[in-house]
Write a protein that binds this ligand. Structure first.
Ligand code: HEM
Length: 177
C-alpha cells in the first residue's frame, strides 16, 4: 500500500515535470515566439527576455524534479522492473532507462549553455546597445546568441518529445531501445 502511494506520488511529480518542460517549451516556441513578430523589435526583445527569464526558472525546476521523481518511481515499481547486476545494460527496459537518463544529461548541458553562456551575452549586449549607440558588431553578437538559443531550444524540444516516447514505452511495454 505504502509503495503504491509512493509510486503514485513519484509518477505524479514525474509527469508534472514533463508537462512543465514540454508544455512550456511548446508554448514558448509556438505562442510567445510568433506573437513577438507583431510588435516592434525593441519591445519584442524585452518580451522575449522577460519570458525566457521566467521560463528558465520553470525549466530548471523541472530538470531537478526529473531524476528525483524518476528514481523514486523506479525504486517503488514492482519486482519485474528490478535491474540488478548488468540488467541495466542488457535488457531493453534497462537500456531505455539508461537512454532516458543520458538524454536528461543532454537537456541539462544545453540548459546550462543557454543560462550561463548565451543569456548573459544577450542581456549584456542589449543594455550596452541601449546605453550608447550600439555598434553593428554588438548587434551581430546579440543576434548570433539569440539564434543559438533558438536552435538549442528547438533541439531540446525534439529530445524531450523523444524521451516522452521512451517513458511511454517503459510504462506500457518493455522499453524501446
Ligand atoms: C534522470 C532522469 C530520469 C529518470 C531517472 C527517469 C526515470 C523514469 C522511470 C523509472 C520511469 C518509469 C517507467 C515505468 O513505468 O516502468 C519513467 C517514466 C517516464 N519518464 Fe522518466 N526519467 C528521467 C527523465 C525523464 C525526462 C527528462 C522526461 C521527459 C522530458 C521523462 C519522461 C517520462 C515519461 C513520459 C514517463 C512515462 C510515465 C508514465 O506514463 O507513467 N523522464 N522515467
Amino acid at each position: 500500500m505504502t509503495s503504491t502511494w509512493v509510486s503514485v506520488l513519484a509518477s505524479y511529480l514525474h509527469l508534472l515535470a514533463v508537462a512543465v518542460y514540454v508544455g512550456g517549451s511548446i508554448a514558448m516556441e509556438l505562442v510567445v515566439g510568433p506573437a513577438q513578430r507583431f510588435v516592434p523589435p525593441a519591445q519584442a526583445q524585452v518580451i522575449g527576455q522577460r519570458a525566457a527569464d521566467r521560463f528558465l526558472v520553470l525549466v530548471w525546476s523541472a530538470l531537478a524534479l526529473f531524476p528525483v521523481s524518476g528514481m523514486l518511481l523506479f525504486f517503488s515499481l514492482g519486482d519485474e522492473h528490478t535491474l540488478s547486476g548488468t540488467r541495466l545494460f542488457t535488457t531493453t527496459y534497462g537500456q531505455t532507462l539508461l537512454t532516458m537518463m543520458l538524454l536528461w544529461v543532454v537537456l541539462v548541458v544545453n540548459g546550462a549553455v543557454i543560462t550561463f553562456v548565451l543569456r548573459p551575452r544577450l542581456v549584456r549586449r542589449a543594455s550596452a546597445r541601449s546605453g550608447s549607440a550600439g555598434t553593428a558588431e554588438h548587434l551581430q553578437t546579440m543576434q548570433a546568441a539569440a539564434r543559438w538559443v533558438s536552435y538549442i531550444t528547438r533541439a531540446d524540444l525534439v529530445v524531450a518529445l523523444f524521451i516522452v516516447l521512451l517513458g511511454a514505452s517503459m510504462a506500457y511495454g518493455h522499453g524501446l531501445v
